[in-house]
Design a protein around this ligand. Structure first.
Ligand SMILES: O=C1O[C@H](COP(=O)(O)O)[C@@H](O)[C@H](O)[C@H]1O
Length: 231
């Protein structure tokens, strides 16, 4: 794991967006297409705006989420709604988006999970994966408080699974550890001093069931860059 610390959110976003677009451009040059996986929550909003203003052949980029709340995109807490309103705009408006929600089962992520998993299974190796982290050490929707945590971290997990966190609202749809690790590079995007304290706690112990973000920070399969700013 490499920790990159920035003086401000503006400096982080500028450097981070440049790095992401350069990796996506390299993937397009090599394969004709690129895949970007982002996270929801409050942290990535300014990054999404910067990315949406970045020159790139976005029509060759497929974007999906590491996780989402099981909600229609019109709901204020939908990560899909957030991405569509803030990232799939401007220069990035032509990117293809793969939803982690299925309106055929609007109230039951467990019934819809297989349909979403089939969509995600068609995607190649993720060229760029951006993860966030909660103060309980969850990442994507791999929550330590959920009964699905062992399944989500298992080597033979399906690519996506339904999750019900005990300490956070809504049923969720999360990509599994195995699918998330099928990435060329992973970025962990952290803003604020509390997130640094949680990162230090995650690095100080080993059990991913207690802090699932450890499954990404403490592995050797995929390079991980932590992009951090205190403010
Ligand atoms: O519940 C979630 O939280 C994490 C962190 O969110 P933030 O608001 O602190 O940035 C996020 O990465 C995840 O995608 C989301 O579902």
């Amino acid at each position: 794991m490499q920790l990159h610390t920035f003086d401000s959110s503006a400096a982080l976003n500028q450097q981070f967006a440049a790095e992401i677009s350069s990796r996506l451009a390299a993937a397009i040059a090599e394969k004709g297409e690129a895949t970007l996986v982002v996270s929801g929550g409050k942290t990535p909003l300014p990054l999404f705006k910067t990315l949406s203003e970045t020159d790139l052949d976005w029509s060759r980029v497929t974007i999906t989420l590491a996780d989402d709340r099981w909600l229609p995109e019109t709901h204020a807490d939908s990560n899909e709604g957030l991405v569509k309103a803030n990232l799939l705009q401007g220069k990035a408006a032509s990117a293809r988006f793969i939803s982690l929600f299925d309106s055929a089962y609007p109230d039951d992520a467990y019934k819809g999970a297989a349909v979403v998993a089939a969509r995600v299974a068609e995607l190649p190796v993720f060229d760029v994966l951006i993860l966030g982290m909660g103060e309980d050490g969850h990442t994507a929707s791999l929550f330590p408080c959920s009964k699905e945590i062992q399944a989500g971290l298992a080597a033979d997990a399906p690519v996506a699974l339904a999750v019900t966190p005990a300490t956070a609202p809504y049923q969720r749809l999360s990509l599994s550890k195995t699918r998330l690790l099928n990435s060329a590079v992973i970025y962990l995007h952290l803003v604020g001093p509390k997130k640094l304290t949680v990162l230090e706690q995650a690095m100080a112990g080993q059990d991913p069931l207690q802090m699932p973000v450890r499954a990404f920070l403490q592995q050797q399969q995929v390079p991980v860059h932590v992009m951090f700013t205190a403010n």
